[in-house]
Design a protein around this ligand. Structure first.
Ligand code: NAD
Length: 423
């Protein structure tokens, strides 16, 4: 499915503009912006991979380490054909702010490889993952920079990378990566953590909006890890999934669709489209639906000004990173749509990654109940911190996104100041 934006919006410029605005709103010196506008380090590496036909193909790999004031750099690795350095820089900036909002002791980082996993065999994926780790190992480590899964990467990819890192170190050093399989020091509930966090964020937003999740209708853009589990968890609360899309098409049924059956259909056919009983829908149609909640869970810059004008939902719970452009934010603010921003709504992933890292460091593992209880508490706390900050400190004049950036920036600026990085 084509992205809605004809001209590619520069995500890095968007991320920088969010920091600049927060610096101005908090009336902080421009030096704070100067210190945060560019990542500390960006590595671009040639990743040579022997393909199944014996030919060597060179892929471009990235790792952006934005800021480590509050702890080691932390952020996922994305495999996508269109990824570039600016996208990775932006995503690493959002990680810095996300970790500050969630109050986990990490900074922000992000990695990527420009590749198309759909056209690669499992063995080629394994060689690519191991070669990426060989290229990046000198700058990664449990106390330096800790990757995790993102778009088109999963627990298996993390296992190959953690194994390669352990070979390089010559001892098992699994704390270098989170989102690993359980048998390799993974954390129960990590696979579903981001979506579970989206559920808690949306649940809190529904509470302040006076919407009952039991009667709510919702739509999901991007039926992958985050989108599918978010749909499942919202449906478990009684919500009705009326539309979902993926990169090949979409399915719409006002009467509701069963999330598990929809996933089964996607696994069997390659897409959610043509789900029995549903009509086709595209991304623009999905965002224009008369429903209570929309969960963007695909890629950046999907909710443009044009899309925002058509939105009728009352809550947007940003599962994806950077799905909404600044122009669209203004329109949604005017329309009184409550946007729970990415750096809050999808922080469940990094929160449970933090739990995984702690357990790896202590070699002591918690139960699933314990993880879920801690995740829920942290998500509810984060939502309420930001909501109170918006209503009390900012007299309700700013959006949840602006409040989240301001809250995080205040923490970062204070920590950077005591470390002597500005002022
Ligand atoms: P994924 O690869 O599992 O799923 C992405 C889905 O989006 C796929 O179904 C794909 O077909 C679909 N998609 C792609 N382009 C689309 C388009 N134009 N329209 C509709 N659907 C489209 O990835 P994921 O891990 O679920 O990540 C999704 C988003 O959530 C990303 O923005 C990612 O950065 C963010 N996120 C993920 C995690 C995590 O733990 N996985 C954590 C925080 C944020």
């Amino acid at each position: 499915m084509e992205n809605l934006t004809k001209e590619k919006i520069n995500t890095y410029q968007v991320a920088k503009s969010r920091i600049k605005r927060a610096v101005e709103q908090l009336d902080l010196p421009i030096n704070v912006y100067e210190r945060l506008k560019a990542p500390d380090r960006v590595i671009e590496a040639a990743i040579p991979v022997e393909m199944d036909d014996g030919k060597i193909k060179i892929f471009t790999g990235y790792r952006s380490q934005h800021n480590n004031t509050l702890g080691p750099y932390k952020g996922g690795i994305r495999f996508h054909p269109e990824v570039d350095a600016d996208e990775v820089k932006a995503l690493s900036i959002w990680m810095t702010f996300k970790c500050a909002v969630a109050r986990v002791p990490f900074g922000g980082g992000k990695g990527a490889v420009a590749c198309n996993p759909r056209q690669m065999s499992k063995k080629e994926m394994e060689r690519l993952s191991r070669q990426y780790m060989r290229a990046m190992a000198p700058i990664l480590g449990p106390e330096k920079d800790i990757p995790a899964p993102d778009v088109n990467t999963n627990a298996q990819v993390m296992a190959w990378m953690a194994d390669e890192y352990s070979k390089i170190q010559q001892y098992n050093d699994f704390g270098v990566i989170t989102g690993k399989p359980l048998d390799m020091g993974g954390c129960v509930g990590r696979e579903t953590a981001t979506a579970r966090g989206v559920l808690y964020a949306v649940r809190e937003a529904a509470r302040v909006k006076g919407i009952s999740l039991k009667d709510a209708t919702f739509a999901v853009q991007g039926y992958g890890n985050v989108g599918y589990f978010a749909a499942r968890f919202l449906a478990e609360q009684g919500g009705k999934l009326i539309a979902a899309t993926d990169s090949s098409g979409g399915a719409y049924n006002q009467g509701g669709m069963n999330p598990e059956l929809l996933l089964k259909h996607k696994n069997e056919t390659g897409s959610v489209k043509n789900f029995p009983g549903s009509d086709e829908i595209d991304t623009e149609g999905l965002y224009a639906l008369d429903c209570d909640i929309i969960v963007p869970a695909a890629l950046e810059n999907q909710i443009t000004a044009k899309v925002a004008q058509k939105i009728r939902a009352r809550i947007i719970g940003e599962g994806a990173n950077g799905p909404t452009t600044p122009e669209a934010d203004e329109i949604l603010k005017e329309k009184d749509v409550l946007v729970v921003p990415d750096i809050l709504a999808n922080s469940g992933g990094v929160i449970v990654s933090y739990f995984e890292w702690v357990q790896n460091n202590y070699r002591y593992y918690w139960s699933e109940d314990e993880i879920e209880r801690r995740l829920e508490r942290k998500m509810v706390e984060a939502f309420n911190h930001i909501y109170e900050y918006k209503c009390n400190n900012c007299k309700d004049t700013v959006t949840m996104r602006e409040a989240a950036f301001m809250y995080a920036l205040q923490r970062l600026a204070e920590a950077m100041k005591v470390r002597g990085w500005w002022g």
